[in-house]
Ligand binder design. Sequence first.
Ligand code: ISL
Ligand code: CA
Length: 562
Amino acid sequence: MADSQWWQQAVVYQIYPRSFQDSNGDGIGDLVGITQRLDYLKQLGVDVLWLNPIYRSPGVDNGYDISDYEDINPEFGTMADFERLLTQAHQRGLKIMMDMVVNHSSDQHPWFIESAKSRDNPYSDYYIWRDPVDGHAPTNWGSFFSGSAWTYVPARKQYYLHSFAVEQPDLNWENSDLRQAIYDMMSGWVAKGVDGFRLDVINLISKPTGFVDGQPNPGEPYADIGPIIANGHRLSEFLQALNTNVFAGHDLITVGETPAATIADAQQSAGLTTHELNMVFEFEHMGLDGNPDPAMGKWDDQPVKLVDLKQSLSKWQTGLQGMAWNSLYWNNHDQPRIVSRFGNDSPQYREKSAMMLATMLHGLQGTPYLYEGEEIGMTNANFTQLSDYQDLESLNAYHHLVDEEQRVPAAKMMTYLAKMSRDNARTPMQWDASINAGFTTGQPWLAVNANYTNINVEQALAQPKSVFTYYQRLIRLRHDVPIFTTGAYQLLDADDDAVYAYLRVTGDQRLLVVCNFTDQVQQRDYADLPTDAALLISNYEDDQRAVLRPYEAKIYEFTTEN
Ligand code: ISL
Ligand code: CA
């Protein structure tokens, strides 16, 4: 690993364009707004900006339903605005990674409009159509967003498959014309100068050959589609072809979003020598606090167990070591805020626990991703009314679990939404204490978190020991100290349910990362730690070695004798 790649040393910052910075007062973040904030991102020290989808879209799933892959959503601006953002980013040494959604498109995409008209036009086979079986849907598959994964179209007398919303028909990757159209479209973005892609649910593109019913959850009409269509038999072939036709020769950063991927899947899709993707997002650590009842899915309000978290992350660290590359993340636009989830968002411990979680993640091997607002310790939204929510997944789940199935009382479901809804991540960026947190002069599309007067960028920049400055230091360490990139991971004390400690190892060099996940003082001795070990970073003023104060986190660097 001596010759690591630039994307292995990089830190990525995810921007949710709708919620980052509005420049024209319509309450929706936009490309000009992002451009205005580039200096801030440069100051943080990140290398790559991942933008959630900014293409033309009816917005049923906030841009993950694309109706024109080659145009910009007018809500976000124009192609000229995008080109200016790209130029301005490049001038500052920042790269731009595009979110690319090619498992499905919008039902408003011209391909689908044509495809739905008849069984014998040039686009008929661009999507996945099947005849009814005994007058109903071809299989019992249920979509990720509740309800059947099939919708009937009278003009064709057939059903089409949609793994997500009705308005998100799955593209048919078995069709070589479709594949070529995708290569051409993506190559167009590469030619424009973008630096990489985040590929939405890319491990769902290869569907099984025969479509057969799955096993539904008890009391449910539908079987989860995820396990049925994930990691299909042609996935590797499709990714290698994408690599050859689009990525090769451009030194891009590529990351696949791969829910339900196993270690073996990731060794292939993100293999160092497999010529597919640079890395993947795995989801195991995001599923540890889900509901034990599969019919309830992710909707629950129980905290994660630290030993489970260690076990999962350790498995991925050691499982990919030397073979593939990890993505490291706590947050994204689909997940609740990490300080509210695995940390402690009370005024007393919010900053300490945010810094602790940052330390734990950024010490691992892989490419770290930050999500907007994580760098100032933004918290969950604390919404209390169903009408506060806009996210399709949350609203569908409420409707399904409370109204249709009566699996859970309304009040309980509201606590689950408060814990787990995707809207927790999507409230506007908190820039300052002025009205609407400096995000917009108009009416924000989603309510600003009420805590913005205390938690905002302006306040974080004014304070020398803020979560922001802590992230700055972590990012600098990643850039300056090679063992952060190259060191192999070794877990210490797997059964310790209060402190997460691990080593990074290269030759005789060591990093020791120690993180207290509790609000209690803990006493821990790490036998191998020499007295003269250098403390690289810590979220407390002084070092008391074996005494770990609430949410204390630190990283030591040293060399061993043996
Ligand atoms: O959001 C989730 C859990 O709350 C995931 O199940 C999510 O649906 C899955 O990871 C796929 O996500 C991606 O594709 C979706 C889109 O809604 C998400 O925003 C995107 O990240 C469909 O395009
Ligand atoms: Ca705007």
